[in-house]
Design a protein around this ligand. Structure first.
Ligand SMILES: [Zn+2]
Length: 137
């Protein structure tokens, strides 16, 4: 039995829907930041910086901008992910593609489905991501 090298069309459709859902989530969140200085529906709310604790208006504005630029980056990455779906390269570990087969990710060359549903903009499998973090690649 040969190892699966790409996700099927059906699977890609599912990923695409997941990405589109995330995009609208982020868009809504950005709207929320625009209309109020105290966003409550941000997807990044859980890891907001604790550095701003003075609560002045200037800080609130700064915080909103920070949040917006982070979410815009995320949006850009999600759109790139959509592009990869079109190209048919979505869900394949970037390191595997670049190093032509040298990748030790658990589902190599594919990035695990659970990971893609959770982090739809992921370009590397867990193993390569950790390795990269340690500067081993
Ligand atoms: Zn990999």
């Amino acid at each position: 039995m040969t190892k699966k090298k790409t996700y099927t069309k059906t699977e890609l459709k599912k990923f695409e829907k997941n990405i589109l859902d995330k995009i609208s989530e982020v868009n809504e969140s950005i709207e929320g930041v625009r209309s109020t200085t105290e966003p409550t529906n941000s997807v990044f709310i859980q890891d907001r910086s604790e550095d701003f604790n003075e609560g002045t208006e200037a800080h609130e504005v700064e915080k909103s901008f920070l949040l917006m630029s982070r979410e815009s980056d995320y949006l850009v990455n999600l759109k790139k992910a959509l592009q990869r779906i079109q190209d048919g390269t979505y869900g394949i570990c970037e390191v595997y593609t670049k190093d032509s087969g040298k990748c030790e990710c658990p589902d190599s060359p594919l990035i695990a489905k659970e990971r893609l549903m959770e982090v739809p903009n992921a370009t590397k499998g867990v193993f390569c991501k950790e390795k990269k973090k340690l500067n081993l690649i």
